[in-house]
Design a protein around this ligand. Structure first.
Ligand code: IPM
Ligand code: MN
Length: 357
């Protein structure tokens, strides 16, 4: 089969880790007889430098014309002083909205080989950790009405509106429940329904979706409690579904308790099969160009692309197994390095994984 992949390397370590993901995809293509056609596109700081804006129309158009998008990372100190609307990060938000990527899957999986890096006590994560955060990605406070205005006696005021419709909650809840069906059949919906009206609608709507999935248990947590429970008893979680902003925060927390944010991939899904795939880590400008970046999150994002958009489970598993093999053989990039292991560079990591496909 022939697949069209839009590749957006972006900024900082984005291009380096994306290069390794493509290297691994090429190994998959060769082994399984597929053709991956890559269309390289500009977004983020790289696009600001070349085209004068963070998300050129041709990038959106070409991304829409492809079967899936593979993204590195965007942003960096060079563009940090630009106004909000022009910052590289705005490209991410623009892509999410333009491509209709309403469901963001962020698996927080603890690799057995890396459990020493987990910051929690060993007994808290005994037997491993496998949490899937499903974050709503095109609504809520990220995309609500915002503005700045003058007040009579309090100086300037600024506001950002958190608003959710039933439809928006329903479709992301559907994804969470159908994912739970393939896992441990438990969904934890996270909100702030003791305070927020939008959360009360969220809670009511997820409960309605839950009726269609009698095998899945639904539990509701307030976000403050969820943040606490994640470090107190992370093993109680299977699928967490939550709003855009709560998901942003909780997915960082969940990823850190696996000890290896440099290892974690993500998928942003639209209606149908289309998706955008990117590592959870950012552009890490401090180590860009040094060969220190860990490409495994990008490589595993490519694996998610094969599974969710192309339906190629065997090929996806081949990538995951190759990554585990490389770890099992003791190879480590600096972020996950421990005593007695073999230190490798970004491109060595990619080659080692590709060789094991
Ligand atoms: C993320 C990032 C983005 C977000 C930023 C860069 C806009 O933190 O993907 O989690 O807040 O969604
Ligand atoms: Mn974030």
């Amino acid at each position: 089969m022939n697949y069209k992949i839009a590749v957006i390397p972006g900024d900082g370590i984005g291009p380096e880790v994306t290069r390794e993901a493509v290297k691994v995809l090429d190994a998959v293509a060769k082994k399984f007889g597929h053709t991956f056609e890559y269309n390289y596109l500009l977004a983020g700081g790289a696009a600001i430098d070349e085209k004068g804006k963070c998300l050129p129309e041709e990038t959106v158009k070409a991304a829409k014309d492809s079967d899936a998008v593979l993204l590195g990372a965007v942003g960096g100190p060079k563009w940090d002083n630009l106004p909000g609307e022009e910052r590289p990060e705005k490209a991410l938000l623009g892509l999410r909205k333009a491509l209709g990527l309403f469901a963001n899957l962020r698996p927080a999986i603890m690799f057995d080989e890396l459990k020493g890096a987990c910051p929690l006590k060993e007994e808290k994560v005994e037997g491993g950790l496998d949490i899937l955060v499903v974050r709503e990605l095109t609504g809520g406070i990220y995309f609500g009405e915002r503005g700045v205005k003058d007040t009579d006696d309090m100086g300037k005021a600024a506001y950002d509106v958190e608003m959710y419709s039933e439809k928006e909650v329903e479709r992301v809840a559907e994804i969470a429940f159908s994912m739970a069906m393939k896992r441990n059949k438990k969904v934890t919906s996270v909100d702030k329904a003791n305070v927020l009206e939008s959360s009360r609608l969220w809670r009511k709507t997820t409960a309605k979706v839950a009726e269609k999935y009698p095998e899945v248990s639904l539990e509701n947590f307030y976000v403050d409690n969820a943040a606490m429970q994640l470090v107190y008893n992370p093993k109680q979680f299977d699928v967490i579904v939550t709003s855009n902003i709560f998901g942003d925060i909780l997915s960082d927390e969940a990823s850190m308790i696996t000890g290896s944010i440099g290892m974690l991939p993500s998928a942003s899904l639209a209606e149908g099969e289309f998706g955008m795939y990117e590592p959870v880590h950012g552009s890490a400008p401090d180590i860009a160009g040094t060969g220190k970046a860990n490409p495994m999150a990008a490589v595993l994002s490519a694996a998610m692309m094969l599974k969710y958009t192309f339906g190629l489970s065997e090929e996806s598993d081949a990538i995951e197994n190759a990554v585990k093999k490389v770890l099992g053989e003791g190879y480590r990039t600096p972020d996950i390095m421990t005593e007695g292991k073999t230190l490798i560079t970004t491109s060595e990591a990619g080659t080692l994984i590709a060789d094991r496909i």
